[in-house]
Write a protein that binds this ligand. Structure first.
Ligand SMILES: [Zn+2]
Length: 348
Protein backbone atom coordinates (compact mmCIF):
# COMPACT_ATOMS: atom_id res chain seq x y z
CA UNK A 1 0.00 0.00 0.00
CA UNK A 2 2.90 2.31 0.64
CA UNK A 3 4.65 1.64 -2.62
CA UNK A 4 6.53 4.89 -3.14
CA UNK A 5 7.14 5.80 -6.70
CA UNK A 6 10.44 7.19 -7.85
CA UNK A 7 9.94 10.95 -8.02
CA UNK A 8 12.47 11.24 -10.82
CA UNK A 9 10.26 9.30 -13.20
CA UNK A 10 6.84 10.25 -11.95
CA UNK A 11 5.45 13.62 -11.09
CA UNK A 12 3.86 12.63 -7.81
CA UNK A 13 1.01 14.67 -6.44
CA UNK A 14 3.23 16.35 -3.89
CA UNK A 15 5.82 17.16 -6.47
CA UNK A 16 3.34 18.55 -8.93
CA UNK A 17 1.35 20.27 -6.24
CA UNK A 18 4.35 21.84 -4.59
CA UNK A 19 5.67 22.74 -7.97
CA UNK A 20 2.42 24.31 -9.01
CA UNK A 21 2.17 26.10 -5.71
CA UNK A 22 5.67 27.54 -5.90
CA UNK A 23 6.05 28.28 -9.56
CA UNK A 24 2.57 28.76 -10.91
CA UNK A 25 3.13 32.39 -11.71
CA UNK A 26 6.55 31.94 -13.25
CA UNK A 27 6.48 28.78 -15.32
CA UNK A 28 2.85 27.72 -15.57
CA UNK A 29 3.10 24.44 -17.44
CA UNK A 30 6.68 24.17 -18.59
CA UNK A 31 7.47 20.99 -16.67
CA UNK A 32 4.08 19.43 -17.18
CA UNK A 33 4.80 18.74 -20.81
CA UNK A 34 2.06 20.91 -22.23
CA UNK A 35 1.90 22.37 -25.68
CA UNK A 36 2.98 25.98 -25.67
CA UNK A 37 -0.42 27.32 -26.62
CA UNK A 38 -1.81 26.03 -23.34
CA UNK A 39 0.21 28.68 -21.54
CA UNK A 40 -2.52 31.11 -22.32
CA UNK A 41 -4.42 32.08 -19.19
CA UNK A 42 -7.89 30.67 -18.88
CA UNK A 43 -10.40 32.97 -20.47
CA UNK A 44 -12.39 34.38 -17.61
CA UNK A 45 -14.59 36.61 -19.72
CA UNK A 46 -16.96 33.87 -20.74
CA UNK A 47 -18.14 31.14 -18.45
CA UNK A 48 -18.85 27.74 -19.99
CA UNK A 49 -22.17 27.58 -21.74
CA UNK A 50 -24.28 24.48 -21.48
CA UNK A 51 -25.58 22.69 -24.53
CA UNK A 52 -28.92 23.97 -25.73
CA UNK A 53 -30.46 20.66 -24.81
CA UNK A 54 -29.39 19.16 -21.51
CA UNK A 55 -27.28 16.04 -21.98
CA UNK A 56 -28.55 14.45 -18.77
CA UNK A 57 -30.84 14.91 -15.77
CA UNK A 58 -27.90 16.12 -13.70
CA UNK A 59 -29.01 19.34 -11.97
CA UNK A 60 -26.11 21.77 -11.52
CA UNK A 61 -28.04 23.87 -9.02
CA UNK A 62 -28.78 20.89 -6.86
CA UNK A 63 -25.12 19.81 -6.98
CA UNK A 64 -24.19 23.36 -5.98
CA UNK A 65 -26.55 23.14 -3.00
CA UNK A 66 -24.71 20.03 -1.81
CA UNK A 67 -21.45 21.97 -2.04
CA UNK A 68 -22.90 24.97 -0.23
CA UNK A 69 -24.19 22.86 2.62
CA UNK A 70 -20.79 21.24 3.13
CA UNK A 71 -19.08 24.64 3.18
CA UNK A 72 -21.61 25.81 5.80
CA UNK A 73 -20.42 23.04 8.11
CA UNK A 74 -17.01 24.79 8.11
CA UNK A 75 -13.55 23.22 7.79
CA UNK A 76 -14.01 19.45 7.65
CA UNK A 77 -10.70 17.68 8.29
CA UNK A 78 -10.67 13.94 8.96
CA UNK A 79 -11.71 13.17 12.52
CA UNK A 80 -13.45 16.51 13.13
CA UNK A 81 -16.97 17.07 14.48
CA UNK A 82 -17.70 19.09 11.33
CA UNK A 83 -16.89 16.12 9.13
CA UNK A 84 -19.09 13.94 11.32
CA UNK A 85 -21.99 16.34 10.68
CA UNK A 86 -21.20 16.40 6.98
CA UNK A 87 -21.19 12.62 6.94
CA UNK A 88 -24.63 12.50 8.54
CA UNK A 89 -25.95 14.93 5.98
CA UNK A 90 -24.51 12.95 3.04
CA UNK A 91 -25.76 9.61 4.36
CA UNK A 92 -29.30 10.91 5.02
CA UNK A 93 -29.54 12.15 1.46
CA UNK A 94 -28.01 9.04 -0.10
CA UNK A 95 -30.55 6.93 1.78
CA UNK A 96 -33.37 9.19 0.62
CA UNK A 97 -32.32 8.41 -2.97
CA UNK A 98 -33.07 4.74 -2.20
CA UNK A 99 -29.44 3.66 -2.11
CA UNK A 100 -28.01 1.07 0.28
CA UNK A 101 -25.46 2.93 2.36
CA UNK A 102 -22.64 1.29 4.28
CA UNK A 103 -19.89 2.91 6.32
CA UNK A 104 -16.48 1.60 7.24
CA UNK A 105 -14.77 3.11 10.25
CA UNK A 106 -11.04 2.85 10.75
CA UNK A 107 -8.43 4.50 12.96
CA UNK A 108 -5.13 5.18 11.25
CA UNK A 109 -2.10 6.70 12.93
CA UNK A 110 -1.44 10.17 11.53
CA UNK A 111 1.25 12.79 12.26
CA UNK A 112 -1.21 14.44 14.68
CA UNK A 113 -2.17 11.20 16.40
CA UNK A 114 -4.84 8.54 15.90
CA UNK A 115 -7.76 9.78 13.87
CA UNK A 116 -11.19 8.28 13.42
CA UNK A 117 -12.06 8.05 9.74
CA UNK A 118 -15.09 6.68 7.93
CA UNK A 119 -15.46 5.74 4.27
CA UNK A 120 -18.99 5.86 2.88
CA UNK A 121 -20.31 3.61 0.11
CA UNK A 122 -23.74 3.94 -1.50
CA UNK A 123 -24.65 1.00 -3.71
CA UNK A 124 -26.85 1.00 -6.78
CA UNK A 125 -27.30 -2.65 -7.82
CA UNK A 126 -27.14 -3.40 -11.55
CA UNK A 127 -27.84 -6.41 -13.75
CA UNK A 128 -24.29 -7.60 -13.14
CA UNK A 129 -22.28 -7.95 -9.93
CA UNK A 130 -19.38 -6.24 -11.65
CA UNK A 131 -18.78 -2.81 -10.17
CA UNK A 132 -17.88 0.64 -11.41
CA UNK A 133 -16.84 3.00 -8.62
CA UNK A 134 -17.46 6.73 -8.88
CA UNK A 135 -15.71 8.53 -6.07
CA UNK A 136 -14.56 11.68 -4.29
CA UNK A 137 -12.87 12.54 -1.03
CA UNK A 138 -15.13 14.38 1.39
CA UNK A 139 -12.59 15.55 3.98
CA UNK A 140 -10.92 18.94 3.67
CA UNK A 141 -7.29 19.68 4.35
CA UNK A 142 -6.32 20.27 7.97
CA UNK A 143 -4.74 23.65 8.63
CA UNK A 144 -3.61 24.98 11.99
CA UNK A 145 -3.67 28.62 11.00
CA UNK A 146 -6.26 29.27 8.32
CA UNK A 147 -9.95 28.65 7.91
CA UNK A 148 -9.99 26.30 4.95
CA UNK A 149 -13.50 25.39 3.81
CA UNK A 150 -12.52 23.52 0.64
CA UNK A 151 -15.42 24.58 -1.57
CA UNK A 152 -13.64 23.19 -4.61
CA UNK A 153 -11.15 20.81 -2.97
CA UNK A 154 -13.39 18.31 -1.33
CA UNK A 155 -16.70 20.16 -1.62
CA UNK A 156 -17.28 20.31 -5.37
CA UNK A 157 -16.51 16.68 -6.16
CA UNK A 158 -18.58 15.51 -3.21
CA UNK A 159 -21.50 17.67 -4.37
CA UNK A 160 -21.18 16.37 -7.92
CA UNK A 161 -21.00 12.78 -6.67
CA UNK A 162 -24.17 13.28 -4.59
CA UNK A 163 -26.04 14.53 -7.63
CA UNK A 164 -24.69 11.70 -9.81
CA UNK A 165 -25.95 9.25 -7.20
CA UNK A 166 -29.36 10.92 -7.09
CA UNK A 167 -29.79 10.96 -10.87
CA UNK A 168 -28.62 7.39 -11.39
CA UNK A 169 -30.76 6.06 -8.53
CA UNK A 170 -33.80 7.76 -10.07
CA UNK A 171 -33.39 6.08 -13.46
CA UNK A 172 -36.18 3.61 -14.14
CA UNK A 173 -34.06 1.12 -16.00
CA UNK A 174 -31.57 -0.92 -14.01
CA UNK A 175 -27.92 -0.18 -14.84
CA UNK A 176 -25.97 -2.93 -16.59
CA UNK A 177 -23.28 -2.85 -13.93
CA UNK A 178 -23.46 -2.25 -10.21
CA UNK A 179 -22.36 1.21 -9.10
CA UNK A 180 -20.68 2.15 -5.87
CA UNK A 181 -20.65 5.85 -5.04
CA UNK A 182 -17.71 6.07 -2.68
CA UNK A 183 -16.83 8.99 -0.42
CA UNK A 184 -13.28 8.61 0.87
CA UNK A 185 -12.22 10.06 4.20
CA UNK A 186 -8.66 11.26 4.86
CA UNK A 187 -7.41 12.02 1.37
CA UNK A 188 -5.56 15.10 2.54
CA UNK A 189 -2.19 15.13 4.27
CA UNK A 190 -2.12 16.42 7.87
CA UNK A 191 1.33 17.91 7.35
CA UNK A 192 1.44 20.96 5.15
CA UNK A 193 2.97 19.23 2.16
CA UNK A 194 1.76 16.03 0.61
CA UNK A 195 4.93 14.00 1.25
CA UNK A 196 6.35 15.97 4.17
CA UNK A 197 5.47 13.33 6.77
CA UNK A 198 5.13 9.58 6.95
CA UNK A 199 3.56 7.18 9.43
CA UNK A 200 4.84 4.01 11.09
CA UNK A 201 4.16 0.75 9.30
CA UNK A 202 4.18 -2.11 11.81
CA UNK A 203 3.85 -4.71 9.05
CA UNK A 204 6.90 -3.42 7.21
CA UNK A 205 8.87 -0.94 9.37
CA UNK A 206 11.28 -0.01 6.60
CA UNK A 207 8.53 1.18 4.29
CA UNK A 208 6.72 3.85 6.24
CA UNK A 209 3.15 4.70 5.27
CA UNK A 210 2.20 7.96 3.56
CA UNK A 211 0.42 10.86 5.23
CA UNK A 212 -2.42 11.00 2.70
CA UNK A 213 -5.01 8.88 0.85
CA UNK A 214 -5.86 7.17 4.15
CA UNK A 215 -9.38 6.31 3.03
CA UNK A 216 -8.64 4.97 -0.42
CA UNK A 217 -5.69 2.88 0.76
CA UNK A 218 -7.89 1.41 3.47
CA UNK A 219 -10.68 0.83 0.95
CA UNK A 220 -8.49 -1.24 -1.37
CA UNK A 221 -7.05 -3.19 1.57
CA UNK A 222 -10.58 -4.07 2.69
CA UNK A 223 -11.62 -5.14 -0.81
CA UNK A 224 -8.62 -7.46 -0.99
CA UNK A 225 -9.36 -8.84 2.49
CA UNK A 226 -12.97 -9.55 1.55
CA UNK A 227 -12.04 -10.98 -1.84
CA UNK A 228 -14.17 -8.32 -3.53
CA UNK A 229 -11.51 -6.46 -5.47
CA UNK A 230 -12.06 -8.65 -8.53
CA UNK A 231 -15.60 -7.29 -8.83
CA UNK A 232 -14.31 -3.75 -9.41
CA UNK A 233 -13.78 -3.12 -13.11
CA UNK A 234 -13.15 0.61 -13.19
CA UNK A 235 -12.94 3.67 -10.96
CA UNK A 236 -13.67 7.30 -11.75
CA UNK A 237 -12.35 9.81 -9.23
CA UNK A 238 -13.58 13.40 -9.12
CA UNK A 239 -11.38 15.97 -7.36
CA UNK A 240 -11.58 19.79 -7.66
CA UNK A 241 -14.33 19.84 -10.31
CA UNK A 242 -16.41 22.96 -9.64
CA UNK A 243 -14.30 25.98 -10.61
CA UNK A 244 -16.10 28.71 -12.56
CA UNK A 245 -13.32 28.65 -15.14
CA UNK A 246 -13.48 24.93 -15.57
CA UNK A 247 -10.60 23.34 -17.42
CA UNK A 248 -9.32 19.78 -17.16
CA UNK A 249 -6.11 18.62 -18.82
CA UNK A 250 -5.64 14.96 -19.61
CA UNK A 251 -4.25 13.05 -16.60
CA UNK A 252 -1.95 11.12 -18.93
CA UNK A 253 0.59 9.80 -16.50
CA UNK A 254 -1.58 8.12 -13.98
CA UNK A 255 -4.89 7.11 -15.47
CA UNK A 256 -6.03 4.36 -17.83
CA UNK A 257 -5.60 5.71 -21.35
CA UNK A 258 -8.86 4.22 -22.67
CA UNK A 259 -10.81 5.91 -19.88
CA UNK A 260 -9.22 9.30 -20.59
CA UNK A 261 -9.99 8.90 -24.29
CA UNK A 262 -13.58 7.85 -23.65
CA UNK A 263 -14.33 10.73 -21.31
CA UNK A 264 -12.51 13.42 -23.31
CA UNK A 265 -14.14 12.30 -26.57
CA UNK A 266 -17.54 12.35 -24.90
CA UNK A 267 -16.91 15.84 -23.57
CA UNK A 268 -16.01 17.08 -27.04
CA UNK A 269 -19.13 15.55 -28.53
CA UNK A 270 -21.22 17.33 -25.92
CA UNK A 271 -19.58 20.63 -26.85
CA UNK A 272 -17.33 20.80 -23.78
CA UNK A 273 -14.02 20.78 -25.62
CA UNK A 274 -13.03 24.03 -23.92
CA UNK A 275 -13.41 22.43 -20.52
CA UNK A 276 -11.81 19.07 -21.35
CA UNK A 277 -8.68 20.13 -23.18
CA UNK A 278 -5.86 18.14 -24.73
CA UNK A 279 -2.91 19.40 -22.71
CA UNK A 280 -1.51 17.10 -20.05
CA UNK A 281 -2.44 17.67 -16.42
CA UNK A 282 0.28 16.66 -13.95
CA UNK A 283 -1.47 15.00 -11.01
CA UNK A 284 0.42 12.18 -9.47
CA UNK A 285 -0.92 10.63 -6.32
CA UNK A 286 -4.58 10.86 -5.52
CA UNK A 287 -7.28 8.47 -4.28
CA UNK A 288 -7.23 6.56 -7.57
CA UNK A 289 -3.62 5.50 -7.02
CA UNK A 290 -4.23 2.62 -4.60
CA UNK A 291 -6.72 1.23 -7.13
CA UNK A 292 -4.30 1.62 -10.03
CA UNK A 293 -1.64 -0.15 -8.01
CA UNK A 294 -4.11 -2.97 -7.39
CA UNK A 295 -4.65 -3.29 -11.14
CA UNK A 296 -7.99 -1.46 -11.46
CA UNK A 297 -8.41 0.80 -14.48
CA UNK A 298 -8.91 4.27 -13.02
CA UNK A 299 -9.34 7.86 -14.08
CA UNK A 300 -8.80 11.05 -12.06
CA UNK A 301 -10.78 14.05 -13.31
CA UNK A 302 -9.04 16.94 -11.56
CA UNK A 303 -8.33 20.63 -12.16
CA UNK A 304 -5.10 21.39 -10.37
CA UNK A 305 -2.70 23.57 -12.35
CA UNK A 306 -5.28 26.18 -13.40
CA UNK A 307 -6.75 26.37 -9.89
CA UNK A 308 -3.41 26.76 -8.12
CA UNK A 309 -3.98 30.34 -7.02
CA UNK A 310 -6.83 29.24 -4.70
CA UNK A 311 -5.89 25.63 -4.09
CA UNK A 312 -5.18 24.91 -0.39
CA UNK A 313 -5.76 28.55 0.55
CA UNK A 314 -8.56 30.23 2.47
CA UNK A 315 -9.72 31.55 -0.89
CA UNK A 316 -11.09 28.13 -1.86
CA UNK A 317 -14.59 29.41 -1.19
CA UNK A 318 -18.07 29.02 -2.63
CA UNK A 319 -17.76 32.05 -4.94
CA UNK A 320 -15.21 30.10 -7.00
CA UNK A 321 -17.77 27.39 -7.77
CA UNK A 322 -20.44 27.45 -10.44
CA UNK A 323 -23.50 25.21 -10.91
CA UNK A 324 -22.73 25.27 -14.61
CA UNK A 325 -19.29 23.71 -14.12
CA UNK A 326 -20.76 21.00 -11.91
CA UNK A 327 -23.38 20.35 -14.58
CA UNK A 328 -20.71 19.95 -17.26
CA UNK A 329 -18.87 17.38 -15.15
CA UNK A 330 -22.12 15.55 -14.38
CA UNK A 331 -23.18 15.47 -18.03
CA UNK A 332 -19.80 14.24 -19.20
CA UNK A 333 -19.58 11.47 -16.60
CA UNK A 334 -23.16 10.29 -17.13
CA UNK A 335 -22.81 10.28 -20.92
CA UNK A 336 -19.48 8.43 -20.72
CA UNK A 337 -20.75 5.61 -18.50
CA UNK A 338 -22.53 3.52 -21.17
CA UNK A 339 -19.32 3.55 -23.22
CA UNK A 340 -17.26 2.53 -20.20
CA UNK A 341 -19.75 -0.26 -19.46
CA UNK A 342 -19.60 -1.41 -23.06
CA UNK A 343 -15.84 -1.66 -23.00
CA UNK A 344 -15.89 -3.58 -19.70
CA UNK A 345 -18.49 -6.03 -20.98
CA UNK A 346 -16.64 -6.60 -24.25
CA UNK A 347 -13.59 -7.65 -22.23
CA UNK A 348 -15.36 -10.45 -20.40
ZN1 LIG B 1 -6.49 19.09 -1.37
Amino acid sequence: MNDRRNPSVNISKDTSRVFVFAFALILPFALLGCPSNSNKPVDTSSSPTPSAKSASDFDGNRAFEYVKKQVEFGPRPAGSAELEKTRGYLIDHLKSFGLRVTTDEFHPVTPIGDRRMVNITAELPGESNDVIIISSHYDTKYFKDIKFVGANDGGSSTGALMELARVMAAQKQKQKLTYWFVFFDGEEAFCLDWDECTNPNPADPKNRLPDHTYGSRHYVARLIEQNELRRVKALILLDIVGYKDLQFGRPEELSARWMIDTVWQTAKKLGYGQQFVDRAEGIGDDDHQPFLRAGIDSLDIIQLSTYSRYWHTQEDTLDKISPNSLKIVGDVVLTSLPKIEERIMSKR
